[in-house]
Ligand binder design. Structure first.
Ligand code: ATR
Length: 262
């Protein structure tokens, strides 16, 4: 029987998840259908429950519902519990399970580029939900130190405080975006600046060897500056594919190869 999947969000038209999951299915021989569901801003819970009551096998969750999905779950993976956000839902033994595959998607995308994470120093710009979701997986991939730089310093400090049980305090540091300096193996832009078209100014005193922009399909002042410095850089398409592969493998028990879909 054809398994039914969906991605739920608002807006949802821009989502590339259906085409990715159909491509994975074609490659691995899984029989599935994957659609987009636009939920009203006040209607996430009912829409998601309806989908599973009608026999849905699994659901991805995107903006702005990842925190609501987290709250709805009966069971959470450790990385979802730490992220406090869920992007992957499924039913098992009558319970709603939730995972967060965004961070592992980023790690897989970075590793596919051949950028080394073991013993690395990483700088993340931004301290919102996108940052929260990736810190623990980056640590598990071997990062030695992660500095979180945010426009609003207190928000970065709060994030470090929240994560102290999951991640050793010595490995995390919060700074203001106006305090950028030092040398990093990888800089990750997890701010929403590229989505809103805002400019991020990276000072000359900040040195970095690789640059990862989480957004994709947008112009990015962050990427422009990395390219001007001739630093290897990329947008976030690989992360999108990586998180989709993780979800597909949870649901279907078979894992497509990231490099086949980049
Ligand atoms: P997400 O869930 O995508 O992380 P979010 O929680 O709204 O979204 O967080 C957006 C992040 O981008 C925040 O870290 C925000 O900084 P503040 O906490 O100071 O608001 C950051 N951000 C957004 N626009 C920015 C800009 N123009 N310059 C610098 N940082 C920006």
């Amino acid at each position: 029987m054809t398994k039914q999947f969906a991605v739920i969000g608002n807006p949802i038209e821009q989502s590339r998840s259906p085409e990715l999951h159909h491509a994975f299915a074609a490659k691995t021989g899984v029989d599935l259908n994957y659609k987009k569901i636009l939920a009203p801003l006040d209607g996430f819970e009912n829409t998601a429950k309806d989908f599973f009551e009608q026999g849905g096998a699994g659901m991805n969750v995107t903006v702005p519902f990842k925190e609501q999905a987290f709250a709805l779950c009966d069971q959470l993976t450790e990385r979802a519990r730490i992220a406090k956000a869920v992007n992957t839902l499924w039913m098992q033994d009558g319970k709603l399970f939730g995972d967060n595959t965004d961070g592992q998607g980023l790690v897989a995308a970075i590793q596919a580029l051949g950028w080394n994470l073991a013993n690395s120093r990483i700088l993340i710009l931004g301290a919102g939900g996108a940052t929260r979701g990736v810190i623990y997986p980056l640590m598990q991939a071997g990062a030695k130190q992660i500095v979180i730089a945010n426009r609003t310093l207190a928000r970065a400090q709060q994030l470090v405080e929240d994560l102290k049980e999951a991640v050793p305090r010595a490995k995390l540091q919060a700074i203001g975006l106006d305090q950028l300096s030092g040398e990093f193996d990888v800089v990750i832009n997890a701010t929403s600046a590229s989505l809103t078209g805002d400019t991020l100014q990276l000072p000359e005193t900040l040195l970095f060897h690789h640059a990862y922009e989480m957004a994709y399909g947008k112009s990015s002042s962050f990427l422009d500056q990395a390219q001007a410095r001739q630093v290897p850089s990329t947008d976030g398409f690989g992360m999108l594919v990586g998180q989709a592969i993780e979800a597909f493998s949870i649901w279907n028990g078979v894992k497509p190869e990231l490099k086949d879909f980049l």
